[in-house]
Design a protein around this ligand. Sequence first.
Ligand code: PRP
Ligand code: ZN
Length: 287
Amino acid sequence: MPSTKLKIAIQKSGRLYDDSLKLLKDCGIDFKDGINKLKTEADNFPMEVFFLRDDDIPQYVEDAVADIGIVGENVIYEKNKKVTVMEKLGFGKCRLSVAVGRNERYDGPAYLSNKRIATTYPVLVSGFLQKKNIIAEIHEISGSVEIAPGIGLADAIADLVSSGSTLFMNGLKEVETILHSEAVLIRHPNLDAGRHEILEKLLFRIRSVHKARHTKYILLNAPNANLKEIISLLPGMKSPTVLPLAEPGWSSVHSVVNENEFWDIIEKLKSAGAQGILVVPIEKMIL
Ligand code: PRP
Ligand code: ZN
């Protein structure tokens, strides 16, 4: 009997592709990339990888064609499928925005009254219009939304914006944000015990990788007289490691710091007399 494998669906090309693959590889899962491939198998983890259109992934997971998937929240909200969101993944950050021609005079949502809006997100856009009490015509199209105003198909668009370069290149400007989104891990609502166990292993690895990405390892030299103050600035995982330096009166202090507090802490450490501060990336962090 073949052993259980967890089937994961990821985007076959587009904004989420590279980071989805990188996440799995950082989790120590090796497989061949899916260029021109529908699926591949991991060499060292009980997993099959399916490469699909991101918009289709919620449906495949609802139908248990795939057990889990990586998609943007935007697709989850739009498609409204029976899937469980497990974890935010910290990449693929973007927003669903309304954009109009760069030279249009946009003076608020009332501008959109009775206009034609092209989008691949009709559900989210109509929710937005309803909330703003605007009646407009939604043109659902399946791709290249950004060219719709230029060819006279629509007066405005609602599409994902990440760097903004797609809008810029098409002479459009962003005027309203409908929602913010990032990549998430989703699963079928009822996984059997075998699949559940593999998913738990994967989640443990994802969390270790994620935590490590936002944390730095810091090493510094501190005058013993100020050790107490410096240690209080560096809580670390348990407490910092303190080792004596060859030079009397000095110690080497090792700890971890969160990316968000990082610059703030460095300033304080320097004023407390810390020297030779080294900051190094962490690959995995097991808590
Ligand atoms: C989205 C969107 C734009 C682009 C915006 O496409 O449809 O084409 O990203 O990014 P930018 O602001 O950085 O230029 P996505 O990668 O989701 O592919 P898809 O539309 O084929 O699903
Ligand atoms: Zn898409």
